[in-house]
Design a protein around this ligand. Structure first.
Ligand code: E4P
Length: 217
C-alpha cells in the first residue's frame, strides 16, 4: 500500500519523507488554510521534497475555469496530480486533464456510482472519504470494498486512494480490503507505531535492565 500524507505542513512531510514513509502528498483548500501559506509556494516546496504525486486542488466549480486553474497548478511541477471534486464539471475537467496526460485525483467521492464515473473519465486516483461517511453513521469501509470490487470486475486502472482517514483502524482496514493508496494526517501515520503491549514490554525491559547495573555505552 502506498502512503500519501494528507497535509501542507512541510516540516511534518519532511520528517516522514526522511524515513521513507511518503509515496505522495494530498492537500486541499482547508489544509492550505491551516498551513497559512500561499498555495503555489507551499505546493512547489512539497513537490521539490517528494518524488511521488502531490495533489493540488482546484477551487472553481465550472469545468472551463477548473481546467484553467488545473493547468496553472500542473505547471508547478511534473509530479502534480490535479485534484477536482466529484461533480459533473469535475468529471469534465478530469477527462480534459487525463487526455493531456496529467495525473488527476477525483476527490469528495461518497458512492460507488461516483467512483465508476471517475474511472470512466480517466482519473488516476479516486478519493473515497471514509471518515466523513462514518461521521454521518455510514460505513466508509463498505464504500472502499464496493469500489475495489467494481474496479477489479472491469480492470479499471484508477487507483483507490482511501481518504479522510482518521484512525489506525481506517488505515489497516483499507489495506486489508485492497485500497491502492491511503492518505492520512501525519499524526495517524505516526500513531501506527503505537501499541500498549510495546509500551508495557519496554517498560519492563528497562526496569530489569536498571537492576543489572550494566551500561552498553
Ligand atoms: C483527501 O484528499 C482529503 O484531503 C482528506 O483526506 C480529507 O480528510 P478529512 O475528512 O479528515 O478532512
Amino acid at each position: 500500500m502506498k502512503f500519501f500524507v494528507d497535509t501542507a505542513d512541510t516540516d511534518a512531510i519532511k520528517e516522514l519523507n526522511d524515513l521513507g514513509m511518503v509515496d505522495g502528498v494530498t492537500t486541499n483548500p482547508s489544509l492550505i488554510l491551516k498551513s497559512g501559506r500561499d498555495i503555489l509556494e507551499v505546493t512547489k516546496e512539497i513537490c521539490d521534497m517528494v518524488s511521488g504525486p502531490v495533489s493540488a486542488e482546484v477551487v472553481a466549480t465550472e469545468a472551463k475555469e477548473m481546467i484553467a486553474e488545473g493547468m496553472k497548478l500542473a505547471k508547478i511541477a511534473p509530479n502534480i496530480a490535479i485534484k477536482v471534486p466529484l461533480t459533473w464539471d469535475g468529471l469534465t475537467a478530469c477527462k480534459a486533464f487525463a487526455s493531456e496526460g496529467h495525473m488527476v485525483n477525483v476527490t469528495l467521492c461518497f458512492s460507488p456510482a461516483q467512483a465508476l464515473l471517475a474511472a470512466k473519465a480517466g482519473a488516476t486516483f479516486i478519493s473515497p472519504f471514509i471518515g466523513r461517511l462514518d461521521d454521518i453513521h455510514l460505513d466508509g469501509m463498505d464504500l472502499i470494498a464496493d469500489i475495489r470490487q467494481i474496479y477489479d470486475n472491469y480492470d479499471f486502472r484508477t487507483e483507490i486512494l482511501a481518504a479522510s482517514i482518521r484512525s489506525v483502524n481506517h488505515a489497516i482496514e483499507s489495506a486489508r480490503i485492497g485500497a491502492d493508496v491511503m492518505t492520512a494526517p501525519p499524526s495517524v501515520i505516526k500513531s501506527m507505531a503505537n501499541h500498549v503491549l510495546t509500551d508495557k514490554g519496554l517498560d519492563q525491559f528497562l526496569k530489569d535492565w536498571a537492576k543489572t547495573g550494566q551500561k552498553i555505552l
